[in-house]
Design a protein around this ligand. Structure first.
Ligand code: GDP
Length: 534
């Protein structure tokens, strides 16, 4: 195990060896392939190819639904744990389908770092940039993997410049590619002075690694053809002059990203990246909570729910709440306090997701992700503690950008529909508003594909055909303020008022002008586009 760089020297070793991270990328950059190789080196799967089913499944709705049917796969892939070189890696999946959803934001509240994968031919793409901005909000450390170097790729300096410019982060090369496209032979590991040569013949083979005594070692010329060597030495010379050197502290603070070059499909550069995550990626970090933050080394267990997945088995309406352990050493069977309801909960069958299998989690440490099967008691944003009234903060809920009304095909089934909708609201899959006027529900989502997915799930899981129709409203804002002011506002705007699944008041409208007017006419009220889940 490499010595790692620490900003939390007080952590017990079991916690200090944990690395909890997500991969952010634009579709097609190679996230699935890289995940597969991580699992392969982590010994979690025998053969590459097992995660593929899921990676390709997300592209169309029908495939997506197929994946949903096979919830086993999709759930175990939501969080994967594996060991590598003495580290315990917890990889949390960000939702795959390209409709950007707040699920992604919430997932990123459960990790301590992100690996950003970019395609060497395409550079920083739109989705990468959006996800990066979310990481930036939390100053998450980012490690970068520039993938597909076996293909024609852009000039190395150009790629680095683009990241620096578009994302406003310092970039330091951890490795340097030698040759481009067909001429690409491998990388020079600048952190450890090793030459890594790619084997194009065997995609699962780990690269040959040759120790080199610095860049003037004659051994380099034995392995690198003269025309490539010259260019490579010139570039590295220039890189040393122009680019910052690795500053581990700056990486931990999220101001600098080290970049590795490689080819996930050829298993090339992946081990170096994993070493990098171990060495420069952060240990479990403190969790923001109210009234105080929670440090991982605290003896008592605190965990918070960042994701809920329902109907894993359609016959039993069970759900799994994904919990990020924020502190302490959890043992199976522990009684924890469910802070929102103040009730004790015995956690007797928590699960750990070891890539292709789920396993009973006998124990878990701060940094780990466990799944807790439950019947709906656990919601996103809930906190579990050994008694203290703490509440995790910073888990956002966003105003939806698209609103539609929904009706059951059979009007007699309205109650069923309500139940189904509430479940999705609690799962965080949609916002559900009950207008104070008229009947029916208004459903809000962030991406249009989510309406289709919801309709299919309601039909599949509840046997209830439904119709989504355009709504007269296009925007939703949560209303807060002193009770008399809120009541006065509600009475004067009945046609626009609804409640969300928590019973909170929401103002619905189709005009930004309306929102501005309310803000002007009711200075005591606050209209917000986000609300913290509690
Ligand atoms: P995701 O959408 O980010 O999960 O991307 P995938 O892992 O599914 O990869 C997208 C496509 O790129 C697939 O066809 C992969 O086989 C291919 N791919 C992934 N890594 C590499 C690589 O290193 N080199 C090349 N040439 N293709 C790759």
């Amino acid at each position: 195990m490499l010595d790692s760089v620490t900003n939390r020297p007080e952590l017990p070793p079991e916690i200090a060896r944990r690395r909890t991270f997500a991969i952010i990328s634009h579709p097609d950059a190679g996230k699935t392939t890289l995940t597969e190789k991580f699992l392969l080196y982590g010994g979690a799967i025998q053969m590459a190819g097992q995660v593929r089913a899921k990676g390709e499944a997300r592209r169309t709705r029908s495939d997506f639904m197929q994946m949903e049917k096979d919830r086993g796969i999709s759930v175990s892939a939501s969080a994967m744990s594996f060991d590598f070189d003495g580290f315990r890696f917890n990889l949390v999946d960000t939702p795959g389908h390209s409709d950007f959803s707040e699920d992604t934001y919430r997932t990123l509240t459960a990790v301590d770092a992100a690996v950003m994968v970019i395609d060497g031919a395409k550079g920083v793409e739109s989705q990468t940039q959006k996800l990066f901005e979310v990481c930036r909000l939390r100053d998450l450390p980012i490690l970068t993997f520039c993938n597909k170097m076996d293909r024609e790729s852009r000039d190395t300096f150009e790629i680095i410049d683009e990241i620096q410019e578009m994302l406003a982060i310092d970039v330091t090369p951890a490795s340097w590619p030698i040759g481009v496209g067909r001429d690409f032979i491998g990388c020079y590991d600048l952190l450890r002075d090793r030459l890594e040569l790619m084997d194009r013949a065997d995609r699962n083979k780990v690269a040959e690694s040759i120790s080199i005594e610095g860049l003037d070692d004659p051994k380099l010329a034995e392995h690198v053809p003269a025309h490539l060597l010259e260019k490579f030495l010139e570039e590295v010379e220039m890189a040393k002059e122009l680019l910052p050197t690795l500053d581990p502290q700056s990486v931990l603070e999220g101001h600098m990203t080290p970049i590795w070059f490689g080819s996930a499909i050829n298993s090339f550069g992946v081990k170096e990246l994993m070493d990098g995550i171990g060495r420069y990626g952060p240990e479990p970090q403190p969790q923001k909570a109210s009234p105080r933050q929670v440090c991982p080394e605290e003896k008592k267990v605190v965990g918070f729910v960042f994701k809920v997945q329902a109907n894993m088995d359609p016959k039993h309406r069970d759900r799994v709440a994904f919990v990020r352990m924020a502190s302490g050493h959890f043992k199976r069977g522990m009684k924890l306090t469910h802070v929102r309801t103040k009730k004790p909960m015995a956690i007797s069958n928590p699960v750990l997701f070891l890539a292709s299998d789920r396993e009973l989690a006998e124990e878990a440490w701060a940094g780990d992700i466990i799944g807790i099967p439950n019947h709906g008691q656990l919601r996103i944003g809930d906190t579990l503690t050994e008694g203290e009234a703490l509440r995790a903060t910073g888990i956002p809920s966003f105003a939806p950008e698209l609103l539609q009304t929904v009706r059951a095909g059979d009007p007699m089934k309205a109650k069923h529909l309500e139940k189904a909708l509430m479940q999705f609201a609690e799962e965080g899959a949609a916002k559900v508003f009950k207008p104070s006027f008229g009947s029916g529900f208004i459903v809000g989502v962030v991406g249009a594909l989510q309406f289709e997915v919801l309709a299919s799930r309601i039909e599949m899981e509840y046997g209830l055909p439904v119709r989504f129709e355009p709504s007269q409203f296009t925007s939703a804002r949560w209303v807060s303020g002193e009770k008399p002011a809120v009541e006065k506002f509600i009475n004067a705007n009945k046609q626009h008022i609804a409640t969300d699944h928590d019973g909170d008041t929401v103002y619905l409208t189709r005009l930004q002008w309306d929102i501005d007017r309310v803000e002007r006419d009711y200075p005591d009220l606050k209209l917000t586009a986000t609300k913290e889940m509690m």
